[in-house]
Ligand binder design. Structure first.
Ligand code: NCD
Length: 350
């Protein structure tokens, strides 16, 4: 189990090599990056999420779910802005009977006395059974998972967004949304998906692109201004995994070709000198006229929050899936936490 390995050595390993380190007794434990998931896991999580939705429709089912992890405690360490992901995780914990505590603002924590963030997190790992964290720094969740493994403290860490790098649970809910949308249309295999906007700094797109290598014959279009195109590291990964992709800058040209359009906002919180202002982002908005050229079974996705990328009138179109993504997120997170604590068998047998 790579005990004794130095952080600097570990950090540089490929995702596929790190995967082992995020397991415990062969079961998923830490959820850090999309590269750790395979097709079997993705199929299981979708099936489990659907089963949980069904169970939760009755009072008896609600009580059953709440009994599963009663007495467990989770810490939500969210030191970067969040509404959806935070609430969705909190609701997911509550559905399973887990109690939550939270840190959202480091200005009231001992970090102001000079304590390192590592020590802060190590401290609350003594009080809880699960740590869910959002952090502006890429690799922070991974570092904490590494640290807890090294000191032998068995508390799982879930990455709820790590800087510009990854947002693996958003990617899982996106997969679940695609899975449900194409259930009667041959599934996700063979589908064409356009990612639109700030692909350089949008972590949700990165995490989803990593997951899509698990599906056969998918084609990805990266539609972005030149300065915000997908990072070279991810393109390299896709080439190695033989995932077909193409870079584009004209959204209108791509819309008629795809099964899903994944819109994103400009991630200007990562600007160093207001560089986003120089970009004409309106070319990467989903215009109302596009509804006519979007294929009838195609779907429109967005991780939210949105700005002007999608006008609100489009919400009425049956192909708009972003509000459904929000709802799906909660169920997928219930499924994920249930899997981490090995309650999936009990649920499937209910
Ligand atoms: C996304 C994020 O935080 O990366 N939001 C979310 O969790 N749904 C997308 C974004 O902020 O643009």
């Amino acid at each position: 189990m790579m005990r004794g390995i130095e952080w600097e050595t570990f950090r540089k390993l490929r995702g596929s090599k790190k995967k082992e380190y995020f397991l415990r007794n062969g079961n998923i434990f830490h959820v850090i990056m999309s590269q750790q998931f395979d097709r079997k896991f993705l199929d299981e999580i979708c099936e489990l999420a659907t089963k949980i939705r069904g169970i939760s429709k009755g009072n008896k089912g609600v009580r059953f779910l709440q009994s599963l992890l009663q007495g467990k405690r989770a810490m939500l360490y969210f030191v970067q802005p969040s509404t959806r992901t935070f609430l969705s995780f909190m609701a997911a914990c509550q559905i399973l009977g887990i109690q939550c505590s939270e840190v959202r603002d480091t200005s009231t924590s001992s970090e102001v006395k000079g304590e390192s963030q590592e020590d802060t997190v190590r401290t609350f790992s003594s009080y809880v059974d699960l740590i869910i964290m959002r952090h502006p720094q890429a690799g922070f969740a991974e570092r904490i998972a590494f640290l807890l493994n090294q000191i032998g403290r068995p508390v799982p860490v879930i990455n709820a967004g790590s800087g510009r790098d990854q947002h693996p649970t958003q990617a899982l809910l996106d997969i679940y949304t695609l899975h449900r949308s194409f259930e009667n249309y041959g599934g996700i295999d063979g589908k064409k998906i356009a990612f639109v906007g700030d692909l350089l700094r949008g972590r949700t797109v990165r995490s989803l692109a990593y997951l899509l290598r698990n599906y056969k014959g998918v084609k990805l279009y990266f539609v972005a201004p030149k300065d915000l195109q997908m990072g070279e590291d991810l393109k390299e990964y896709l080439r190695e995994q033989s995932v077909d992709f193409e870079e584009k800058d004209d959204l209108e040209e791509v819309i008629p070709l795809v099964d899903a359009v994944y819109m994103t906002r400009i991630q200007d919180e990562y600007d160093e000198a207001g560089e986003s202002k120089r970009i004409d982002y309106s070319k990467y908005h989903f215009k109302r006229e596009y509804l006519k050229i979007l294929p009838p079974n195609a779907i429109i996705m967005h991780p939210l929050p949105r700005r002007e990328e999608i006008p609100v009138e489009i919400d009425e179109d049956k192909r708009a899936m972003y509000w459904r993504q929000v709802r799906n997120g909660m169920w997928v997170r219930v499924a994920l936490i249930a899997k981490i604590f090995r309650k999936d068998r009990d649920i499937m047998e209910y």
